[in-house]
Design a protein around this ligand. Structure first.
Ligand code: SDX
Length: 425
């Protein structure tokens, strides 16, 4: 298949065809407007490829997700999050020596500049931790002004990966009025974050292995997901040659939306609402189907997956295991399972191929770990950080890269003459 033919107003145009390594077919329209004067029209980009990428592959019909060719199930089973970071950012899994050096550099850069602590004094006690994370990531560029220089890129990527977890933990401590716990260089990435979250100066704190393992799984499963809303935002902002900190800060803000990464917080709020309404989950399934009701089943549906989100399947299994190990009996898990069971047998969801997505069960695990609901999307951001960075690098390393600037179909007023205000009625 080398080309496609387009007939428009009696003229025929030939469109080259590009085929991906997994057989996806793309009609190359990069010269369409020059040839025909026409553009394509695809609100929400559901049918539009914005780039070619070698980072992550998703087959939504088959429920397949692979990072750099490795199935998510194998990475979830056997990989530490810091190994997955290395894989996504560098394209290959690290050797022992490469991994040791990478971990040490991540550990060494975990501290934030002491002056950055002053920003926390200015945030309202009720500040959402996503607002703190996006602003603090953006302000990192003022502490590392060389962020604009390409040769500092690798070090700034390490700084960002290492400091984001510290900023996140500090935002939690700020919200509960406890002193900041500094990074501990003897701990792994996950242990370090959990220690900064839950340790208190007055007493020793050993990070429970069950929490470390659960966090590792959650971060691995969130690490990348090709051209989702926030990753496309990072690529868009980075295409203007904005620095890495500014680009990632934009991605954090895109992720915050309840239709995207903010859904994990909304899922728990939805389950709590159902529980307080007599756990009448069938009522809420009916509400989700009612076009006159704006209620949606949060954590359900996906633009790409028209089969089970493989991450949701792994998280459902982990939720059972983590809650059992922690001795937590969360009634919200039962409600979630009942919702899933009823929805997957209901024609409305079956016809629209709406399945649980990554956000449906993740919040149950975060809750059991003692992470507050308003931190859930921050956890998603910590997981997605290596994916955003890998895509930002891929876009910036593209020798044919251009600033992203879509077209539009204008539907407003045609030309009209200006009328001075005194003559307007
Ligand atoms: C993430 O893109 C990614 O990869 C994202 C992500 C990642 O890792 O980066 O996977 C993470 O963002 C997961 C999605 C989290 N969001 C939610 O759980 C919010 C609830 N889900 C929906 O809002 C919705 O399913 C979206 C936003 C996820 C997808 O929206 P689409 O692709 O625009 O689908 P749509 O709105 O066109 O829905 C198609 C139909 C519509 O009904 P009809 O007009 O055909 O009658 O399905 C219905 C929708 O009303 N529908 C739902 C529904 N999701 C879609 N109806 C009830 N409840 C839902 N959750």
């Amino acid at each position: 298949m080398s080309s496609a033919k387009l007939n428009l107003d009696g003229s025929e145009y030939e469109l080259p065809v590009t085929v991906g390594s997994e057989g996806e077919v793309g009609l190359d329209i990069s010269r369409l407007r020059k040839q025909s004067g026409a553009i394509t029209f695809d609100p929400g980009y559901g049918n539009t490829g914005s780039c070619s990428s070698s980072i992550t592959f998703i087959d939504g019909e088959k429920g397949i997700l692979r990072y750099r060719g490795y199935p998510i199930e194998q990475l979830a089973e056997s990989c530490r999050f810091t190994e997955v970071i290395y894989l996504l950012v560098n394209g290959e899994l690290p050797t022992q020596a490469q991994y040791q050096e990478f971990r040490e550099s991540l550990t060494r850069h975990s501290l934030i500049h002491e002056d950055m602590k002053k920003f926390f004094e200015g945030y309202a006690i009720t500040a959402h931790p996503m607002a703190i994370l996006s602003s603090m990531v953006s302000v990192l560029s003022s502490y590392y002004p060389e962020a604009r220089d390409e040769e500092a890129r690798e070090l700034n990527i390490i700084r960002l990966l290492a400091k984001a977890k510290t900023i996140a933990a500090f935002s939690y401590k700020k919200s509960i009025g406890q002193p900041f716990i500094y990074p501990n260089n003897s701990l792994s990435y996950c242990e370090n974050f959990l220690n900064m979250m839950f340790a208190v100066p007055a007493e020793p704190f050993d990070v429970p292995q069950v929490l470390t393992d659960a966090l590792n799984l959650l971060l691995v499963l969130h690490a990348d997901h090709e051209q989702n809303c926030s990753t496309s935002t990072v690529r868009m902002v980075g295409s203007s040659q904005a620095n890495i900190f500014a680009s990632i800060s934009a991605g954090i803000n895109a992720l915050w939306g309840p239709l995207h990464g903010g859904a994990n917080q909304k899922v728990i709020e939805m389950l709590q609402r159902i529980r307080s309404d007599g756990s009448n989950y069938k009522k809420y399934v009916d509400m989700a189907k009612d076009k006159d009701d704006e209620f949606r089943l949060m954590g359900f549906g996906h633009r790409v997956y028209k089969n089970f989100d493989p991450r949701a399947r792994l998280l459902k299994k982990s939720a059972d295991e983590v809650l059992e190990k922690l001795g937590v009996d969360d009634p919200l898990l039962e409600i979630a399972k009942n919702l899933e069971e009823v929805a997957l047998e209901d024609g409305y969801f079956v016809e629209r191929k709406l399945y649980p997505n990554v956000d449906f069960y993740s919040g149950i695990i975060y809750r059991a770990m003692g992470i507050p609901t308003n931190m859930f999307t921050v956890m998603f951001a910590l997981g997605r950080l290596p994916g955003w960075i890998a895509h930002w690098m891929e876009m910036r390393n593209d020798p044919h890269g251009r600033i992203h600037r879509p077209r539009q179909i204008y539907t407003g007023q045609t030309e009209r003459k200006f009328v001075p205000i005194e003559d307007r009625d």
